[in-house]
Design a protein around this ligand. Structure first.
Ligand code: NAD
Length: 375
């Protein structure tokens, strides 16, 4: 093992003891670092809706648990077999995948057949935990292979992404999930190209990342749809050419009025069935739509198969922007550093001690992308 590390390393982490209860800052203890693991001193972690639905048990994870899955920090120590990073490297943490299933080896780790086990089981694949509480009690961890709501996080070699040191590390955590999801869906999955037309339904952090990516890709008609005027205003600042307040009139008709025959590409980042239907409806012939917003568990929606068939439309679900994070996260950073992907406009920083306030502000729609900073 290289780097400063000892078993029993103690630090503060935000623990959710029971489903629906708030984050409580506790002293926790790290257990041993395995040979394929990386200990990261966290600089800042973004808060995403998936943290809240896992906190509240709308997405099943075992409690008590340390959540957090948009961490960025500095490598403190690495296990014996780790080659990708060394102590001192700047890293963004992302989702974990198994690297050996059919989807992983074909270059689609976000579709990993073992995604749930690796990211939501609350433990390593051998059943052990990287964290324990002060009394030695079990703490579930490994959330998205990191549990980065803490001063340190234990990740695996696969889900640490080395990034350039001149980029502001405290901004970069959300590139590991929410921003990667919106931008990756546009660039990797839909492959929105120069001169094309695109609509994002939901102008939260994910939808606005999609808008920015479409702009960076050279799309010339970029429509943001939301119900919050301030978000639509921000959409225009980060690359949208048009906005639609979906509380005002028929959205698909308004999109056809802008585009003539509908958009070539669209995505839904709301998870609301009626909005998904509109997202499909506004596609032109041979249009492609993506579902990326999380719906409530068990929620269903009705599809018009003849609309898909007659108009040769494609509909797909996309996880984490179908990204290869080692490649895509540095690409987003290069675009940001070149002034072509201004995702910093979405971010508001909070001190780690304000994590509950940050989560509440996000849930009330007051903050687009809260990021908790560690001193
Ligand atoms: P968010 O809540 O900030 O954004 C959702 C937006 O939808 C809000 O701006 C809201 O005002 C808008 N909205 C609500 N009702 C609407 C309506 N009727 N018409 C138009 N807009 C409406 O959330 P976010 O952080 O941007 O995340 C978006 C979704 O993506 C969440 O469901 C999140 O869990 C999910 N997500 C998915 C992945 C993935 O891999 N697929 C990864 C990260 C996040």
């Amino acid at each position: 093992m290289t780097g400063i590390h000892r078993v029993g390393n103690e630090f503060t982490a935000a623990v959710v003891r029971t489903p629906g209860s708030p984050f409580v800052l506790e002293q926790v203890r790290q257990t041993e670092l395995l040979e394929n693991e990386v200990l990261v001193k966290i600089v800042a972690t973004g808060i995403c809706h998936t943290d809240m639905i896992a906190r509240d048990q709308d997405y099943l994870v075992p409690h008590p648990i340390v959540l957090g899955h948009e961490g960025a920090g500095v490598v403190e120590a690495v296990g014996d077999s780790v080659l990708k990073v060394t102590p001192g490297d700047h890293v963004v943490l992302t989702f974990l995948s198994c690297s050996s299933c059919r989807e992983c080896i074909s270059g689609h780790p976000a579709c990993c057949e073992n995604f749930r086990d690796r990211n939501f089981s609350g433990h390593r694949i051998d059943g052990s935990h990287a964290l324990a509480d002060q009394q030695g009690g079990t703490l579930n961890d490994r959330f998205f292979g990191q549990s980065s709501f803490g001063e340190y996080a234990v990740a695996n070699e696969q889900n640490v992404v080395k990034v350039r040191k001149d980029a502001p590390l405290e901004l970069l955590g959300p590139l590991g999930c929410g921003i990667q999801t919106g931008a990756g869906t546009v660039l990797n999955s839909l492959k929105v190209g120069p001169g094309s037309s695109f609509a994002a339904f939901g102008a939260g952090a994910v939808g606005l990342a999609a808008v920015m990516a479409a702009s960076a890709a050279g799309a010339t008609t970029i429509i943001a749809v939301d119900i919050v005027p301030s978000r639509l205003k921000l959409a225009m600042e980060v690359g949208a050419t048009h906005t639609i307040d979906s509380t005002q009139g028929n959205v698909a008709e308004q999109i056809r009025a802008i585009t003539g025959k509908g958009v070539e590409f669209s995505l839904d980042a709301t998870g609301i069935p009626a909005v998904i239907n509109t997202m499909i409806d506004c596609l032109r012939s041979r249009g492609e739509g993506a579902i990326i917003g999380l719906s409530k568990p068990g929620e269903k929606f009705t599809l018009d198969p003849m609309d898909l068939l007659n108009n040769c439309k494609t509909l797909r679900g996309v996880v984490e922007g179908d990204s290869l994070p080692d490649q895509f996260i540095p690409t987003m950073i290069d675009l940001y550093m070149a002034g072509r992907f201004p995702f910093d406009k979405l971010i508001k920083f909070y001190d780690f001690s304000q994590i509950n306030q940050a989560a509440e502000d996000s849930e009330k729609g007051l903050t687009l992308k809260p990021v908790v900073r560690f001193s």
